[in-house]
Ligand binder design. Structure first.
Ligand code: GLN
Length: 451
């Protein structure tokens, strides 16, 4: 049924870069046979899923939304891919994304944008717009995203779906193509809080293949999602995430959510996090710096595209020609920015200062979580904007992640879930819930209570 739905609507939505029809049907048959043999089935047996094209899939193309990986077929599965297979999930295909997960609209994909199922002329968010659009257009009931600065939560917000950025280290990064390694985190996307929890539990947990993976029990997210409640909970409203630049309808729905939480028995308190207004600036030094280093591996020798290899050019020339053709404008902008920020003489002024801001943001969270159990804010300042509107204005594009970035810098957990439609445009608004590190279960407890 889901493959038929993809066939019927994905020409318009363009959520998928690759649909693995044969593989999905083979997996489905294998699950059926297992059942017939009376074997124990995985926890998500037979449930179809859309996988962001940043996770390696053995024998299935993985492009990361870039031309530079053209023709590359990974020889191995990412840990997330492997865990999905072990849970008997049916992987329908690979979803569209901004190139190397750099963007907030999926317009930076080398393979064309994805439409927002609520209005195909608008963006579905990014970088994981393909995953969120696949959910909102009912092409898949579950999807996987990655969140470096908001790429799970912002697409969830603008498509009316649920997305969770787990605690950094909660879900393995092995086989997840690296953008900014100290920020990148894979996580679940779904249409309900409980669905997200069921998926979270399958993909999370320690992995010796990822040196930053946390070796502790996975927070009890499913139990929390089944027992939603905020009675007696202390909830902080982030004071800095309001005011200029926030759409009226977004604030209206957010304020209604605050009232609902109060009615359900939560104690609401306004919390100031004074360093959060510097998060965007710090992020746009740290993320490009790490990306300039991570993307050095795309040298035309190891993977995918190779341009100008005609026997007359040096390896350096082939590398330069390949990178010039294989990378898009946003990726090049970030590699240049990052290389500059890391260069000797500038390192302390840029990268060093950004790391200090990161510490201040961590301290803001620590102080906040001494007083409250979770923090809340709008996920993103506006609803889905029209395709093309911010494409030539990187600064305007970067603002979409204003409220999501502090969590990545500090490494704690956050969720976006729908909280109604903005009256002025009828488009979905996202409520963000932020929890301390390894308290991911609180997101689900609160999310399930207000869903
Ligand atoms: N939009 C942000 C960026 O462009 C975040 C992307 C992400 O979370 N992968 O970097």
């Amino acid at each position: 049924a889901h493959l038929a739905r993809i066939e019927a609507v994905d020409e318009k939505v363009h959520a998928f870069l690759h649909v693995d029809r044969e593989g999905a049907l083979a997996q489905a048959r294998a699950v059926d046979e297992k059942r017939e043999r009376g074997e124990e089935l995985g926890p998500l047996a037979g449930v179809p899923l859309a996988l962001k094209d940043i996770f390696t899939t053995k024998g299935i193309p993985t492009t990361v939304g870039s031309k530079i990986l053209e023709g590359w077929i990974p020889p191995y599965d990412a840990t997330v891919t492997q865990r999905l297979r072990d849970a008997d999930v049916i992987i329908l295909g690979k979803t569209n994304m901004d190139e190397f997960a750099m963007g907030s609209s999926t317009e930076n994909s080398a393979f064309g944008p994805t439409g927002n199922p609520w209005d195909l002329t608008r963006i579905p968010g990014g970088s994981g717009g393909g995953s969120s659009a696949s959910l909102a257009s009912f092409q898949a009931p579950l999807a996987i995203g990655t969140d470096t600065g908001g790429s799970i939560r912002q697409p969830a917000a603008v498509t009316g779906t649920v997305g969770v950025k787990p605690t950094y280290g909660g879900v393995s990064r092995y086989g997840m193509v690296a953008f900014s390694s100290s920020l990148d985190q894979g996580g679940p996307c779904a249409r309900t809080v409980l669905d997200a929890a069921l998926l979270h539990e399958v993909i999370a947990g320690h992995d010796p293949m990822d040196s930053t993976s946390i070796d502790e029990p996975v927070p009890a997210v499913v139990e929390a999602a089944r027992n939603g409640s905020v009675r007696g909970m202390r909830i902080g409203v982030v004071k800095e995430f309001a005011g200029e630049g926030y759409q009226a309808g977004v604030m209206q729905r957010f304020n209604e959510s605050v009232e609902l939480l109060r009615e359900l028995g939560a104690e609401i308190e306004e919390i100031s996090c004074p360093s959060f207004d510097k998060a965007l600036a710090a992020y746009y030094l740290i993320a490009p710096s790490e990306c300039s280093s991570n993307l050095a591996r795309f040298d035309a020798m190891r993977y995918g595209l190779r341009v100008g290899d005609d026997g007359t050019k040096s390896a350096e020339e082939v590398t330069a020609l390949t990178r010039a053709e294989g990378f898009g404008a946003e990726v090049k902008r970030r590699v240049m920015l990052g290389t500059y920020a890391l260069s000797s003489g500038y390192y302390d002024a840029y990268y060093g200062s950004a790391q200090k801001v990161r510490t201040l943001i961590k301290r803001d969270f620590e102080k906040a979580f001494e007083r409250v159990d979770v923090l809340i804010s709008p996920t993103t300042p506006t609803t889905a904007f029209p395709i093309g509107e911010r494409a030539d204005d990187p600064m305007a594009m970067y603002l979409a992640d204003l409220c999501t970035i502090p969590t990545n810098l500090a490494g704690n957990a956050a969720m976006s879930l729908p909280c109604g439609l903005a009256p002025e445009d009828g488009l979905p608004v996202g409520l963000q819930i932020i929890a301390p590190a390894m308290a991911d279960d609180r997101l689900y407890k609160v999310g399930a209570a207000v869903e």
